[in-house]
Write a protein that binds this ligand. Structure first.
Ligand SMILES: [Zn+2]
Length: 340
């Protein structure tokens, strides 16, 4: 698309250049060196008006020009902020261009449009497609044990304060348009303190997450997990409960109190209640242990429900799938996996 000169576009280009320089301090140093050499050359030209007289000045001019070109070439945008600015620039240029009735066929097709965006970021859609296929086959080659270890490593990074917050590059994001190939499905709680991707330090396309209050199984949560297992071929299914889960606490109230809640909420809570061994839970007097035991037994129930599905157990027996329960401790950030 034609880029029209607009004040906001100029300021975006300036920001882009500034970001490129900030991104790479050596480029800033190079810019300063080029500027200083230029000024020095100009100064020397003032006292000697004819540059032919002094071959070293001609050499200097050539050096400044070459350094300038090299610097410009090295300032290729890399950060996601720069990608966003570039895309914004392209949109500006499209909005700034008034559509004319005489040129309807000039409008780019959606494919051409995404191709031009891809080329701007330094790759073609074909490359993105190939990258997606490669990553998908790498993901398929991993064993459930490897995938689980990777999750544990991610959680360790998180609770040690060393999270990498893996965010995909523009190239990888575009590759993800073609297909998704997560290796893990997680049934977790909707609780705002348990964001699954953050807790496991995973990025876009890594986890297939189903979150409902109390991480229970019903028609839609089972269906989502079945899709992840049979179609996305995830290697690990994690059912994850957490410390201080409000749904689990509410499920331990007496039935009459629960039934005062709105119908669907009451139904969900009674479903969780049915799976809790409340007589045994009442024997635990330490509140923290009682809380953990209740959450853990709810997780065990969901794992047992899943294990009743012969199709899933077939995959487990072929070592193509692991189903594990887990407990997330809000206070420490640590996820404990239960072993069966
Ligand atoms: Zn919860």
């Amino acid at each position: 698309p034609r880029i029209l000169v607009q004040p906001q576009a100029v300021s975006r280009i300036a920001t882009l250049l500034f970001l490129a320089i900030m991104d790479r301090p050596e480029v800033a140093l190079g810019c300063a060196a080029v500027a200083i050499s230029g000024v020095a050359l100009l100064a020397s030209l003032q006292s000697f008006p004819t540059i032919v007289d002094r071959p070293e000045v001609v050499l200097g001019c050539a050096a400044v020009a070459i350094s300038g070109v090299a610097l410009f070439a090295s300032m290729r945008p890399s950060s996601s902020l720069q990608d966003a600015l570039l895309l914004q620039l392209m949109q500006d240029s499209r909005e700034g261009r008034k559509p004319r009735a005489s040129e309807p066929e000039d409008r780019p097709t959606q494919d051409e449009e995404s191709n031009s965006v891809a080329l701007l970021s330094g790759f073609t859609m074909q490359q993105a497609r190939e990258h997606a296929q490669q990553s998908a086959s790498l993901a398929k080659a991993r064993t459930p044990t490897e995938v689980l270890l990777d999750l544990q490593r991610g959680n360790a990074r998180f609770w040690m304060g060393k999270a990498q917050r893996p965010e995909k590059s523009a190239f990888e994001r575009r590759a993800l348009i073609m297909q998704q190939y997560p290796s893990v499905a997680v049934l977790g709680c909707s609780d705002s303190r348990v964001p699954v991707e953050i807790v496991f330090d995973q990025g876009l396309g890594d986890l297939f997450v189903v979150r409902v209050a109390g991480n229970g199984l019903d028609v839609s949560t089972s269906a989502s997990l079945q899709f992840a297992i049979h179609h996305l071929k995830v290697k690990v299914v994690v059912v994850m409960g957490h410390e201080a889960c409000g749904a689990i606490k509410a499920a331990q109230l007496d039935e009459a109190t629960i039934k005062k809640e709105p119908a669907d909420l009451a139904k969900a809570l009674l479903g969780i209640k049915a799976g809790l061994d409340e007589k045994r839970l009442k024997c635990i007097h330490d509140p923290r242990s009682q809380d953990r035991e209740a959450v853990a037994s709810n997780v065990e129930n969901q794992v047992e429900q899943l294990a009743k599905d012969p199709a899933l157990m077939d995959l487990v027996n072929k070592d193509q799938l692991s189903i594990v329960g887990a407990f997330y401790e809000i206070s420490s950030g640590i996820v404990d996996f239960f072993h069966h």
